[in-house]
Unconditional design. Structure first.
Length: 251
């Protein structure tokens, strides 16, 4: 049995993943408490597709440090919560990612000991409005209310044999739309933690997104999005017109 931590009705709980999933009436809270940092360009095919542009203005050369962005607290939504569809849009992009949950203060961490700073892993959906620009941060596209579902659990670090070899699958209305594996990361989980903590401190409860694979699918109003990560669980959310979404509402 995989031991997990999650938040239920404002309380931090400990249970097995199987037992919790057996009860479809559970109303989940977001299982993390810190800042969520996303890592862009961290899947090989995504990086390779943009590599020619990295030598052009304004960059001139490939990035030497991780390219980070923030999913602020207003974006956070729990398992079975709704993803608001902006009224002027017909679809949103689904960015399936492994979430690395930090367990204690991490500054200038070596790769060899990086996992000692990890509390566990969760599933994160880096939702965004479709966009192509890589020249400036896509805050308007990524930082909208409800654009970062997280959960349903935090699986303890010791329960995951190798975070760099996990299958990721995205289903929309139960149809498989994307499949990849964390073995295709540019920076491994350990390398990402090392490179990020070289220039900034991560604190207990913070989350690093390992990145989203290429060919991210799009979902429309009324679609049910399910993200599976092997050994971690399944995150489920429905896309719903933003005018019909109220606080705390969900599946």
């Amino acid at each position: 049995m995989v031991r997990v931590k999650y938040r239920l009705q404002g309380k931090r709980m400990m249970e097995t993943a199987d037992t919790a999933e057996e009860n479809p009436e559970l109303l989940y809270d977001v299982p993390i408490s810190g800042t969520v940092y996303g890592a862009a360009l961290n899947y090989r095919a995504v990086y390779d597709a943009l590599a020619p542009e990295m030598h052009k203005h304004p960059y001139r050369e490939p990035p030497k440090a991780p390219v980070l962005f923030i999913k602020p607290v207003n974006t956070h939504v729990a398992h079975r919560g709704f993803i608001p569809m902006p009224k002027e849009r017909r679809s949103v992009t689904i960015g399936a990612s492994l979430g690395i949950v930090i367990g204690r203060t991490a500054t200038r961490v070596d790769a060899e000991g990086a996992l000692d700073y990890v509390e566990g892993y969760t599933i994160v959906n880096d939702v965004s409005i479709p966009h192509e620009s890589v020249y400036r941060p896509a805050y308007k596209e990524k930082a909208r209310d409800g654009f970062c579902p997280i959960g349903p659990f935090v699986v303890e670090q010791s329960e995951v044999a190798d975070p760099n070899n996990l299958d990721i699958r995205v289903y929309i209305n139960d149809v498989l739309r994307q499949e990849n594996n964390t073995s295709n990361l540019v920076r491994t989980v350990e390398q990402l933690i090392m490179d990020v903590t070289e220039f900034m401190t991560l604190y207990e409860g913070d989350v690093l997104l390992a990145g989203s694979p290429e060919m991210m699918p799009q979902a429309g109003n009324g679609d049910v999005v399910k993200i599976d990560i092997s050994g971690i669980g399944r995150l489920t959310n429905e896309v719903k017109d933003e005018n019909e979404v109220s606080g705390g509402e969900g599946l």
